[in-house]
Design a protein around this ligand. Sequence first.
Ligand code: P61
Length: 464
Amino acid sequence: MRAIDRTRRSWAEPYKIKVVEPIKMTTRPYREERIREAGYNTFLLKSEDVYIDLLTDSGTGAMSDNQWAGMMLGDEAYAGSKNFDHLAEAVQTYYGYRYIVPTHQGRAAEHILSKVMIKQGDTIPGNMYFTTTRLHQELAGGRFVDVIMDEAHDPQSEHPFKGDIDLNKLQSWIAKVGPERIPYVSFAGTVNMAGGQPVSMRNFREVHALCRKHGIKIMLDATRMAENCYFIKMREPGYADKTIAEIMREACCYSDGATMSAKKDNLANIGGWLAVNDEETYQKCCNLLVVYEGLQTYGGMAGRDMEAVARGIEECVQDDHIRARVGQVEYLGNLLLQEGIPVVKPIGGHAVFLDAKRFLRHIPQDDYPAQALAAELYVESGVRAMERGIISAGRDPETGENYHPKLELVRLTIPRRVYTQAHMDVTAESVVALWDRRDRIRGLEFEYEPKMLRFFQARFRKKE
Ligand code: P61
């Protein structure tokens, strides 16, 4: 039993539960069969065969009664929907950008931004790659260059802002290729692939100053910026008394625009947006929008979805919400740390990341330890997680060789407002059980490898 700590109050959720969705309990032989059928890829499992679904926090959150009420107020006009106005006002108010382009999700915003801004041969420096972001940059003729600080690649470094850009790396890259070959710096608030690690306000400010000097734009990936702002509040001197909303406005003012997957921070099941301050760029984005997504007042969304996003934006910057959200992730992380399980430190904003290299020391990276670990976790307990290592990193488009990322991780991603503390306890117990039998886990080999974003559809077999 957990002892009461008299020196603190817990982060209990600022909501109560009104609707529940039953989940199925399964047996181990049943799960062994399912994961074999799924080619040892957790993306290919059926949701109904999953007990606790920690695959992603993307579109899997629970909407509030206020958001559901907003869904009934959808204005489904082809042009000029009032829900678009609500969405644009919410982005302008809370993020501070001038022009808003609605898209069906984050990668659509990345697609349009990349096509508008990147020319063949350009390079795009950023704080660690993200799968879809980098692919769209490459498809537009550019190349991503990682300028994140070295600590980000070290799962054991406890640096409080492992998402920071290394200013020396950025400066040298600018000197090497010249500012005219850099259409923008791709700057993510909390770095997903690094373990949900935040960027400091100081770094946002300094990168902005450096880029201004060279006339280079900064495009923010705002997908999990509210979580980033919470870490700034907790860790950076001078921000403890500011609200998340105030911190968000300041952080965003150091960029020229943003792409957004509204399926994360913004608490919607689908949606996204692209925002820019420059009118000419906005016009170009709108022009491509009608080719790939839809009219400029709906993009790829229904009116009701835009309303859910607009309301979700207001909710996601509430201090109590974000404290409970990140608090729950930390709760799971601390349970695992107490048991000596190798996880990325510090605990991130949206997920706890198991360090598969240290978890499965006997499996070389070319036998896909993180993929094998995610598959075994499902067999162990029905908990579904996601590989974030060599499979996710893919191949270098120039050489065709596999990238070998330093981080070989399994992500236990916590959907927003969905699971309870007891679910976190069960998850931790499952990981510990797996840790105790880790020596018997075997590596994998490809049975089918798709060309792009291979992790979504790949199939594997167990290595002999
Ligand atoms: C995720 F396995 N993330 O974390 P879209 N930027 C950032 C994201 O985290 C992100 C997008 C842009 C997902 C879904 C997903 O390799 C994967 O709305 C920081 O998903 O298009 C999405 O936003 C793209 C899972 C995406 C993946 C790519 O689970």
